[in-house]
Structure formats: C-alpha cells, structure tokens
Design a protein around this ligand. Sequence first.
Ligand SMILES: *Cc1c(COP(=O)(O)O)cnc(C)c1O
Length: 385
Amino acid sequence: MDRIYLDHAATTPMRTEVLEAMIPYLTDKFGNASTIYGWGREAKKTLDDARASVANRIGADFNEIVFTGSGSESDNMAIKGIAWQYSDRGKHIITSQIEHHAVLDSVKWLEKQGFEVTYLPVDADGIISVDDFRAALRSDTIIASIMHGNNEIGTIQPIQEIGQICGEHGVLLHTDAVQTVGAMPVNVNDLNVDLLTLSAHKFYGPKGVGALYIRKGVRLAPLVHGGGQERVRRAGTENVAFIVGLAKALELAEAEREVVIPHIQRLRDVLLTGLEKIPNVKVNGCRTRRLPNNVNVCFQFIEGESLLLNLDMKGIAASSGSACTSGSLDPSHVLLALGLSHEIAHGSLRLTLGKDTQKSEIDRVLAELPPIVERLREMSPLYNR
Ligand SMILES: *Cc1c(COP(=O)(O)O)cnc(C)c1O
C-alpha cells in the first residue's frame, strides 16, 4: 500500500535538485566564508549569490537578508531583537491570538521582562480586523508581529493594510511568512513589512535553515553574539550548503508556482467538497482568503487523535492541528480563537497538499475517511443517531 503524505504544512520532502546543489558544499567546497584563500573566497561568493537570489525573489536588497537556523529562529530574532533594540522607545507589542508558537512564546517571554503585549482576536473566519489593529496601537508600541498565512487553518491576513497603518505610526511590522513563501507572491514592499520570516523546509528545501528579511535602517540586537557574520546580526560560521539549498528551493518554487499552485488548489477543492458530504462536519477558516493547499475541518463527536491513528493505519499522514501541539491534549489555540468549543476543536483534522499530490490519493482519502469517521462516532457516547 502506497503511503499518502498530506501534511505539507508541517514539512515538505526536499527536492532532488536541491540536494544535488548542496552536495559540493558538503564535500569538496567546504571552505569557511570568512577566510581569504581560495576555499574561503569560493564559499563567500556562493553565499553572496544565494543571498542575492533570495533577496531578489522577495523584492529585498542583498544586505536585507540574514540567514538563520530555522523559521523559529527568525521569528525569535525579529521579535526579541527589535524589542531589545528599541525598548527605550516603548515596551508595547501587538500580535494575534493565532500566531505560531515561535511568535507567541517569544512575546510571552518578553512579557516576563516587562513588555506589554496585545493579542488581537480573529473573527469566526480566522481573520484579524484592521480596525482592531488600529485601535490597539499606542504611543509606546514598538513592533507588531502578524502572520501572513496561518499554518493550521490557512487564513491569509491583511498584512498590506496593517503594514500601511504601521508605517503611518512609526511601528515596525514583522510577518511570519513561512507558509506563504513559495505558495503565493510574497514581496516585502507590496506587503509593507519591515521584517519577514521564511523557512526552507516548507518549500521543498532542507530543514534547519531559514532567513529573516530586515528592512534597511532597521536595527536589531542579535540573539547570537560572536563572530561578525551576517553583518554582526547573527554570529556563527555560515551553513553554506543549507543556504544554497534554501536559495535553490526558493528559485524552483517561484519558477513553478504559477503551474503548481492552481493544480494543488483544484485538488484541495475536490477534497473539501468530498469532506463536506460527511454529516456533522465543519470547515475551519476562511474559504477565500486561504492558503491553496490547506483543508481544516472538525468532525463532531470525534477525537482528532483517534482519527489520525486510524488514518495512519491506512497509510495516510495528516495532522490534528499544528505539529507542535500534537502529543498534548490541549485543543489548538487557533481553533479556540475562532470561537469553537473545546469539544468541537478536539475533533479537528488538517490535511495539507503538496506539489506531488495526486488525484488518486485524494480519491483514496475520500474513500477511507467516511467509514473511519462513522466507526469512531459509533463508539462515542456523545453520538446518538
Ligand atoms: C513551520 C513554521 C514555523 C517554524 O519554522 P521552522 O523552520 O520549522 O522552525 C514558523 N511559523 C510557521 C507559520 C510555520 O508554519
């Protein structure tokens, strides 16, 4: 039985072309980019090319890109780095209730250090109100961190409008664009953002490498002190091979986006339409302002974890929320922010498609899932037909 992978929001398989681009830098071309002889100069040139390529694809300048060890690190660096750098201007931060934990846990940690945080709510569709955002601004607000595309329910936030408001008020805006880079056009100038996070393993690159865009003129206290790498913004010998992998993966994602994304979206809609035929199912998140590969539904009277285990037995990999919260019994903070009860939120299932997802795989999921749901409901004391 072929396995079916429908958890691309958690991670994606690395492309062969990406691995091939990386191998020379893991073998012969092993130089340290800070050294002056041939090996070092070669590494430096490669790093420069990768940086120029990534910058170019998101509308940034060469010096505005810092390579990091992950999307989580980029989020931490943006928020803590700005908070520490500009704390003399104010100690207020704005974010939303549905951010990734890399953002939420960073601001929570800053709260313990005397910063104040406003957690904006979302509407039933999972979208932040621009008016709420404007009303949350204070004279001591220094940074806002609002995600671009949500990793659980796929909603796309009005970053452009929020960025414009931030600009008018002299507040820096960071966006976590880990889910949108490669899936839709992402341009830092169109989005009006000052800082932007991306991560290679969400667009078919290697795990353990990300980038942070930092607009020219924005200063930031580093998380990692040491050598002067990344223009003294992140110390540590550059991971040339993985950075090459990130750049290559982004290049390919962008080159194929206009063909691949409509294909994914079509299959996603087939899946969604099929799932909606199951009784007592609720679709989470906005239908229109949504990542093209995301399906998130709640099945009433069912535990998401039991559903996952049963799907796994059929060779289908899915998620009950974000990978970071599965394993714990708390329902997803994102689903609760939508106003769902704990009971309903517990029955959630996230299926996220990828570039290699096939129609036959969607058909198989739509054949396997209804009997599993039916069987689990039969066992539920809450369910009476
Ligand atoms: C995956 C993800 C992250 C974390 O990126 P890592 O590289 O895995 O640390 C952050 N934000 C969002 C929205 C994500 O989906």
